[in-house]
Design a binder for this molecule. Structure first.
Ligand code: SF4
Length: 405
């Protein structure tokens, strides 16, 4: 079936060190000099490393560096490029408008039933296309106990919040003990149903998924791990082994990818990634349009290109392997789904659509008067009403007008 290449430890590093996540984090490369010592760099790359180190931090684990050495697509996600300095990219400091939905420090409340909890700004890699550059790698590694309590209190006081998404930064850079405490605190809030953890460590440091972490996740279920693979070359034998271990222990794993110009913006690449993920029981969930954060102009695909990829995949690829192409509306307008348009025409009461392989067919719409009322609905109507009327964030809609740098 699929072959997943192994990334072995360099001969001068004992395997026990190489496969320990803390060693990978402690030995992550951060300075231009460290990169120059470990990678053969072009003059342009050297210049970019020096010019951009103070604009958005540079970092990668030794493990992921090996992938950077082998695959240009992977390298482009980790190494800075001078194009990040191009001022004509229609950038936004805060493309998701999170500062407008930040009722207490570290909490982003943009949707009625869920919040983001930014538990650290620290990552195992600083992805050059990062959406949250205004927060990530800004020296906010730890949450002060005052801010932590305020965040918990906010979640506690807002009973319509059903789901907490631990994000950042990368929550899995925190110690097991810290993660355990956060999960225990969240689980003590009765209205919290679901906890999600968004992390790129399963990609850049798969050894992070250790036995202790798995036991902690199992003890606080339902916990969903949201990984962030963007390219099939990132899916190594080491990643596969650790992801399967999560799945075998009943932890659901979903993947969110970002479409990136010249890196993965072709249906052949997306299908390769998604089929391999699905094969190891990781569900491809989102395929995001890259957000216009600072320095990402060269990464962003056109909407036409992204929709073409999705349309090409539609129907050819199993539904289970097809992720949802979505875009966050700039300035914090929330997510919209970009779906292939199959509609052809409406004739009388029949809707015609063209299928993935060109067959056009009409769906006879039922007449409204034949539709019965939905039964056994009363208790769910209450839930629905709470969900629909749950206050969230703050903000006045006028604030949403796009502001580009
Ligand atoms: S791991 Fe996530 S938060 Fe960190 S730099 Fe990459 S995209 Fe941004």
């Amino acid at each position: 079936m699929f072959h997943f290449k192994s990334i072995s430890a360099p001969s001068n590093i004992p395997k026990e060190q190489w496969t320990h996540w803390k060693w990978q984090m402690q030995n992550a490369l951060k300075t231009p000099e460290e990169f120059e010592k470990s990678l053969h760099l072009s003059e342009e790359e050297k210049k970019a490393l020096h010019s951009l180190k103070n604009i958005f931090a540079v970092k990668t684990t030794p493990y992921y560096l090996q992938l950077c050495q082998q695959y240009p697509a992977v390298r482009q996600m980790a190494l800075p490029h001078l194009k990040e300095l191009d001022p004509s990219g229609f950038y936004q400091e805060d493309p998701l408008g999170e500062k407008n939905h930040n009722p207490v420090p570290r909490i982003i409340h943009r949707y009625p039933d869920r919040v983001l909890f930014l538990v650290t700004d620290f990552c195992g890699i600083y992805c050059r296309y990062c959406t949250r550059k205004h927060f990530t790698a800004q020296g906010n590694h730890t949450v002060s106990s005052k801010d932590y309590q305020k965040a918990l209190q906010y979640i506690q006081n807002n009973q319509g919040i059903r789901e907490v998404i631990l994000s950042g930064g990368d929550p899995l850079t925190l110690s097991n003990n810290r993660i355990k405490n956060i999960l225990t605190d969240l689980r003590s809030i009765p209205h919290i149903e679901i906890i999600r953890i968004g992390s790129r460590l399963p990609v850049v440091c798969p050894f992070r998924i250790d036995e202790e972490l798995i036991d902690i996740l199992k003890a606080h279920q339902p916990v969903f791990i949201m990984t962030h693979f963007n390219h099939p070359k990132e899916l190594t034998a080491e990643c596969v082994k650790h992801l399967l271990h999560l799945c075998d222990n009943g932890i659901c794993v979903y993947n969110q990818m970002v479409l990136l110009n010249g890196i993965n913006n072709h249906p052949a690449v997306v299908q390769a990634l998604n089929r391999r993920l699905l094969f190891i029981r990781v569900r491809p969930y989102y395929m995001f349009q890259c957000d216009p954060s600072k320095g990402t102009g060269h990464f962003r695909t056109t909407i036409e290109n992204s929709k073409w990829i999705q349309k090409e995949l539609w129907g050819v690829l199993s539904g289970l392997a097809t992720s949802r192409l979505s875009m966050d509306l700039p300035s914090g307008g929330g997510k919209v789904e970009l779906v292939p348009d199959h509609f052809v025409k409406k004739e009388k009461n029949t809707f015609f659509h063209k299928g993935f392989d060109g067959i056009t067919s009409g769906y006879p719409n039922p007449t409204e008067s034949n539709l019965p009322d939905t039964t056994d609905i009363q208790e769910y109507l209450e839930e629905w009403k709470v969900l629909k009327t749950q206050p969230y964030g703050s903000l006045e809609k006028e604030n949403y007008a796009s502001q580009y740098i």
